[in-house]
Design a protein around this ligand. Structure first.
Ligand code: NDP
Ligand code: MG
Length: 385
């Protein structure tokens, strides 16, 4: 049995990971979970899966879960905060850690898990965007597999099986185009939070939904692909494919293109990452070619959707610049969700931060964590009033 910890078990990816486990309960044992504040969902998970460890990162939720477990006589170790996340990421009884928290908060526990020799099923792209160099070098050092959960990267990973990375010409990273595909700057000036949250193809957490509306999500994914597959930015091309049936492709040097297709359901890449290199019985609906819409492809509009262009720039600059971009974005998305800034300001704030913060090429994990705080403070002070 594979023993699993899920960091961020109450979110969209966490919930779908639980469903993959639920449907294959003889193959997996859920040992540990974490959540921030959703204690109600945590209690449901406790009752269904009986994990041995639970981490909460918000005080009230921690107290509530403790109260519940003592009244229900549950023998569970309940831990708090980053220390708790690091504890469950490194438990000797765990084989694989699913990192599905949102934001760069996932960076430290992911590195802890890697240093403890755990394979990682990685959904949390901000981890690679901010600390890609450190994460990848630690993974090599500790002989740990980073199994991508993000659907595009899961697709690329599948398209690479049996082939050598040196025979790849480029990655074709598909994008749905988000809820505002085809819109121009003047159409986007007054879009509301609700409109931005309405993704046409995927039902996801709020932060990634906003990132999909600005195309920042694709920008983060370009940087994620650079680290996961060791590809130059010039060899990673974004292709808008609104039907989201092809989840990404690899073009090999002989001109062959290998694509991965499947329903728009995150449980498929999650299942593959959890079972790699094996495949198990489908937990998602299979594609029916005769019912499928036609598949179309477009170039992304990087002038309107500036964050994608900025992500390429930040990636190419390298060093700490992607961490600056990510911190600015996390903070700006929060401000947008709280109706403190307008949609188009999201891109402008990223640009301002990339101008303001000087890139460093020699840095530690602590430098990245410090920089993240500094950038967020700057964004809050200058745009959050
Ligand atoms: P959600 O917002 O749905 O879930 C986030 C999870 O992280 C929840 O369990 C949440 O707990 C927890 N969390 C939130 N804030 C903190 C914090 N400060 N400290 C610790 N834990 C916290 O996000 P998604 O599931 O949509 O996304 C998770 C990650 O996966 C992101 O990096 C995203 O980019 C990536 N991803 C998501 C996809 C999707 O389809 N959703 C697709 C591909 C990648 P609580 O519920 O208590 O708030
Ligand atoms: Mg994706």
């Amino acid at each position: 049995m594979k023993k699993v910890a899920i960091l961020g078990a109450t979110g969209s990816i966490g919930n779908q990971t639980l469903d993959v486990i639920r449907q294959d309960i003889d193959r997996f044992r859920l040992i540990a979970i974490s959540a921030n504040s959703s204690y109600g969902k945590v209690i449901e998970i406790i009752n269904e899966f009986n994990p041995l460890y639970v981490v909460l990162t918000e005080e009230k939720a921690y107290e509530e879960v403790k109260k519940y477990c003592s009244s229900a006589n549950k023998k569970i170790e309940i831990l708090f905060g980053m220390e708790g996340l690091n504890t469950i990421a490194s438990l000797s009884e765990i084989d694989i850690v699913v990192t599905s928290v949102v934001g760069m908060i996932g960076l430290v526990p992911t590195i802890t898990a890697i240093k403890s020799g755990k394979d990682i099923a990685l959904a949390n792209k901000e981890t690679l965007v901010t600390g890609g160099e450190i994460v990848i070098s630690e993974a090599k050092k500790h002989n740990v597999k980073i199994l991508p959960v993000d659907s595009e990267h899961g697709a690329i990973f599948q398209c690479l099986q049996g082939n050598e990375i040196s025979s790849v010409d480029k990655i074709l990273l598909t994008a749905s185009g988000g809820p505002f595909r085809g819109k121009k700057e003047e159409d986007l000036r007054n879009v509301t939070v609700d409109e931005a949250l309405k993704h046409p193809k995927w039902n996801m957490g709020k932060k990634i939904s906003i990132d999909s509306a600005t195309l920042m999500n694709k920008g983060l994914e370009v940087i994620e692909a650079h680290w996961l597959f060791d590809m130059d930015y010039d060899d990673i091309e974004v292709v808008v494919h609104p039907q989201s049936i092809i989840h990404s492709m690899i073009e090999y040097k002989d001109g062959s293109i290998i694509a991965q297709l499947g329903s728009t359901d995150m449980r498929l890449p999650i299942q593959y990452a959890l079972n790699y290199p094996k495949r198990q019985k489908a937990v998602v609906e299979k594609l029916d070619f005769y019912k499928m819409e036609c598949l179309t492809f477009e170039k992304p509009d990087m002038n309107t959707f500036k964050p994608l262009k900025l992500a390429y720039e930040a990636g190419k600059i390298g060093g700490t610049m992607p961490a600056v971009l990510n911190a600015a974005n996390e903070c700006a998305v929060d401000l947008f969700l709280n109706k403190k800034i307008k949609f188009l300001q999201l891109g402008n704030i990223l640009e301002k931060c990339m101008d303001k913060f000087i890139v460093k090429y020699s840095y530690t994990l602590e430098d990245i964590l410090e920089l993240d705080k500094e950038v967020k403070k700057y964004v809050n002070e200058n745009f959050g009033k």
